[in-house]
Design a protein around this ligand. Structure first.
Ligand code: PAF
Length: 274
């Protein structure tokens, strides 16, 4: 496995690649959720690239850019064991120039929910993903459904900009208790981890309601709020269609239920696709 820090070295390494390239972009602190993406990329492609880059442009002022967990050695070991061919671990000066060109998130889908709570986050995320997709020359790129809105925007970007890369959505990976895996779970104390289970439990409660015949968003959301009593602050609960348009009535096969909430100093998101 090669570890590459410079753009030119990555371009050189790719010259020898034959066949399809599977790409998994990450910000590191790899967990079983990332591993599931890497395994799928390994199964479906001849060559696998993982990028590890804590992208400064997608963090807002006051967010956790400085404290975001960085574990280069452990991440490299995980990638090696998972059969990754190349890790791209650039510094910011390799990725960005002064007076950068920006890709803006779309007006409606990009500025609700996460985009409303974290204005500018999706612009920075799309900017780096565009760069990384081009640099990796990926045949397929793998993204988790946990960041559902991110996934929708990247899929739209690939379509709008006629990228040849296929965007592959991958299921959310949860721990044994139901907590959706996230690098930010590392911030949670044991007590907070217990309370954080309210997110997945509220989604389970919503899905059980739907399965037992309830379709009204106005009746499902209060049920979720009850379960979410355990968190410190609910940022949003939303029920949308797969295009992120708000729903009044749940339609099976075209609905995502999302929640964002604070537990202690940690902001968590989770969702379920119905
Ligand atoms: O989901 C993430 O970890 C990041 O947003 C991504 C896609 C690697 C871009 O920095």
């Amino acid at each position: 496995m090669e570890i590459v820090r410079r753009v030119e070295t990555l371009q050189d390494a790719k010259k020898n690649v034959k066949g399809s390239i599977g790409f998994v972009p990450t910000m590191g602190a790899l967990h079983a959720g990332h591993l599931a993406l890497i395994r799928r990329a390994r199964e479906e492609n001849d060559y696998v690239i993982v990028s590890i880059f804590v992208n400064p442009t997608q963090f807002l002022e006051g967010e956790d850019l400085e404290s975001y967990p960085r574990r280069e050695e452990a991440d490299s070991r995980i990638c090696k064991l998972a059969g990754v061919d190349l890790i791209f671990m650039p510094t910011a000066d390799q990725i960005y120039e002064e007076d950068e060109l920006c890709i803006g998130a779309p007006a409606r889908r990009g500025y609700i929910l996460e985009g409303e709570k974290r204005p500018g986050h999706f612009d920075g995320m799309l900017q780096v993903v565009m760069k990384l997709l081009n640099l990796s020359a990926a045949t397929r790129a793998y993204f988790g459904k946990k960041d559902a809105q991110q996934l929708a925007l990247i899929t739209q970007m690939a379509r709008s900009y006629f990228l040849s890369c296929e965007i592959v959505p991958c299921d959310i990976v949860r721990d044994a208790h139901g907590l959706a895996l996230s690098s930010r779970n590392a911030y949670l104390s044991d007590e907070e981890k217990q309370r954080a289970l309210a997110l997945s439990r509220s989604l389970k409660r919503a899905s059980r309601k739907v399965m037992s015949g309830e379709r009204s968003v106005d009746r499902i959301i209060p049920e979720m709020e009850q379960v979410l009593d355990a968190v410190d602050r609910i940022e949003y609960i939303a029920i949308v269609d797969r295009n992120f348009r708000p729903r009044e009535i749940v339609e099976i096969g075209d609905t995502i239920i999302l929640v964002a909430a604070w537990v202690g100093k940690t902001r968590l998101i989770d969702n379920i696709w119905i």
